[in-house]
Design a protein around this ligand. Sequence first.
Ligand SMILES: O=C(O)c1cc(=O)[nH]c(=O)n1[C@@H]1O[C@H](COP(=O)(O)O)[C@@H](O)[C@H]1O
Length: 277
Amino acid sequence: MGRAPFGARLVDAVAARGSLCVGIDPHPGLLDQWGLPRDASGLERFALTCVEAFAGDISVLKPQSAFFEAYGSRGVAVLERVIAETQAAGALVLLDVKRGDIGSTMAAYAQAYLSDSSPLAADAVTVSPYLGFGSLDPAIEEAARTGRGLFVLARTSNPEGGTVQRATVDGVTVAQSIVDQAAARNAGAAPLGSVGLVVGATVGRTDLDFSALNGPLLAPGLGAQGAGPADLAAVFGAALPAVLPASSRDVLRHGPDVAALRSAALRVRDELAAAAR
Ligand SMILES: O=C(O)c1cc(=O)[nH]c(=O)n1[C@@H]1O[C@H](COP(=O)(O)O)[C@@H](O)[C@H]1O
């Protein structure tokens, strides 16, 4: 039997382990801070320490692919291990690759990250809809076929994102049109669809309407980019139960000690749970 749909698996993971998503972003400066060399062996120690610290307790880990690709094929081999060992320890892997391309090439990205035969297949990936939402269809279809998911960039956490994403076309903002198209793909799914969105925890109050989305909302920007648990209610309102807040550097700075990393992550997770009550 195939795996259950991503949306259902995510609901179970969050119920069991809380809503925090911890990012694995091996910045060169963090390797320095952890006393590790800036090479593939340092990357490997960093990333596998993160897996040891988080994968047994946290619902979703989000490795940022660029930091692994920077070390070439050895870095990508480390990423493959991170994916496999995280899943073996019971956490979901959201691979942050932010891919987007014409449909025929998107089908190749879907094979790389969402097919059962790829060693880089994660539980979900981040994708960019800025070649047109429909260009993502091959990835949406492969994800549905294999029980995996997508997180589509809608309103990103960076200050530059707003100029494109708040622009209005036919009376609707670009970001809202992405929300609406994701909602159409999730219609009828229970308990939650597998086409998620990315909306930064930093964006403050917007007029985005998530009421029909029926999908998860990844909210990066906690900690290092300035957002805190208390900011989420203003951004998401009634959609808060579907939000997966994400933090990377603000947790990772507590390494390299495994126990210190784990307790930093659990502290943020508990703060999020308290803020949501
Ligand atoms: O898709 C993402 O994860 C993402 C989207 C977004 O709008 N903003 C954003 O910061 N991210 C990613 O989330 C992580 C944030 O890292 P910290 O700022 O260290 O917590 C990085 O890996 C970013 O690439």
